[in-house]
Ligand binder design. Sequence first.
Ligand code: ADP
Ligand code: MG
Length: 440
Amino acid sequence: MKQILNYIDKSFNVPPRDLKMIIREFHSQMHKGLSGKTSSLKMLPAYVDRPSGREKGRFIALDLGGTNLRVLELELKGKGQIRLIAERKFVLQKTHISTNAESLFDFIAGSVKNFIRAQKIGDDKKIALGFTFSFPMKQTGVASGKLIHWTKGFSAKGVVGKDIVKLLKYSLLKKGLVNIRVAALTNDTVGTLVARAYKDQACDIGVILGTGTNACYRERVAQIRKFKDKRAHATHMLVNIEWGGFNKLERLPYDLELDALSTNPGEQVLEKMVSGMYLGEIARIILKDLIKRKILFAAGGCFSFNAKDNFKTEYMSEIEGDRSKGLRGVARALKRLGVSRATLEDKILVRKICKVVSMRAARVSAGSLAAVVTKMDPHLLRKHTVAIDGTVYEKYPGFARNIRVALRELFGRKNSRIRITLTKDGSGRGAAIIAAVATK
Ligand code: ADP
Ligand code: MG
C-alpha cells in the first residue's frame, strides 16, 4: 500500500528541474512549428494583431467552446469599453457534436436565428458577426480557416479540412439570414487575448483552462518563418500555439489508459493532463485502481468508478475545496457515486489523489506559460499581462495559486512581471472586437 502511494506521489510531482525541461522543449517545439517543420505545437497564425482599443460598433459574436454554444450582441464603445446587449446559451447535444457538418452548423445557424428574432434585429440591417470556433484551424485570412482535427470529444463528420466560415455561411443562408456578414473567425485563446488587450496594451498572452487547454501569444511576423504572406504593414501577429498538443511530457500508466479510452488516442497529450475534460478521468482511473487493490473502500467496493467519465472534474473541485473537519463535502461527492460508507481514511485518500492530479496540472500549465513568456522576452525585462479564461482556472481551488508558486520558483521576484488576469468571456467579446478590426 505504502509503495503504490509513494509511487503516485513521486510520479505526479513536477519539480523545478522538470519545469525547466518543459520550457526548453516548448521553445524547441515552438521554433519548429514556426518554421513549418513537424512539431507537436502547430503555431497557427491568427491573421490579426492586438486591437487599439478604439474599435467601435455593434456586432454579433458566436462562441463554440466545447460545452455550450453562445450567441451575443455587443457594442464596442471605443476607449476599451464594451457593452453586452444580450446573450443566450444553447446546449449542444451529442448529436450535434458527433453526427455531421450539417447537423452541427444547422444547429448553430438555427441558434443565431432564434437570437436575432428575440433581439428584433431586422433583415434590412446588415450586421457583422465574429465566430469563435475553439478547435485547431489552419487560417488563410481573418475570416477563413480549415479545421485540422477535432478535439474535446467532437467528431462530426465532414468538417475536418473544410472552411468553417463557408460551412457557417451556407447554414445561415439556408435559414434565410442574408443580412449577416461573417467577418471574423478566431479561437477562444485569441479572443481572450484580444478582449483583454482592448483595454490593456500590456496583454500579450491568452490562455484557456476549461474543457480543453490552449494558448496564444503575440509574435513578430519576421519570426513566423513558415508564413510567406508577410504583409508589409504588420510587424506582429497573434499566433495560436495549440499547446494542448504538446507531447514532450512523461506519461504515466494512468495517462496511457485515459488516452486509450479517448476519442483521439495519441493526440492532445498536454490537454489530457491539464484540462477539465480529463482531470476527473485521470483521478477516476487512479481511484479505480486503488479500489481494485482494496486500498480504498475496503469495507465495500464501488463499481461506479469503473465507468468512463463517471468522476467529474467538478467533484474534484468540491473535494479539494472541502475544509470541514469530518470531510463532509468529500462524503457528499462520494455519495453521488454510490459510496455511502467511506471511512475518514478513505476520504483523506480520495482528496489526496485529487490533489496530486490537480497539482501536476497546475504546474505543467505554469511551465508552459513560462515558456511562452520567455519566448517573447527571455530575461523578463518587460511586464506581461496574461489573459486567462476557463472554469478550471476560475473555480478549481488552489489552481491559480499553484501556478503562481511555480512561476515564483522559476523566476524569483521577477515572477511579478507576469500578471495573470481572469478574463471571462473573452471568447465572446474578442470575436466582436476582431470582427470590428476586420471590417474597419
Ligand atoms: P469551455 O472550455 O467549454 O468554453 P469552460 O471554461 O466553462 O467551458 O469549462 C468547462 C469545463 O470546466 C467542464 O468541462 C468541466 O470539466 C470543468 N468544470 C466545471 N465546473 C468546474 C469546477 N467547479 N471546478 C473545476 N472544473 C470545473
Ligand atoms: Mg470557453
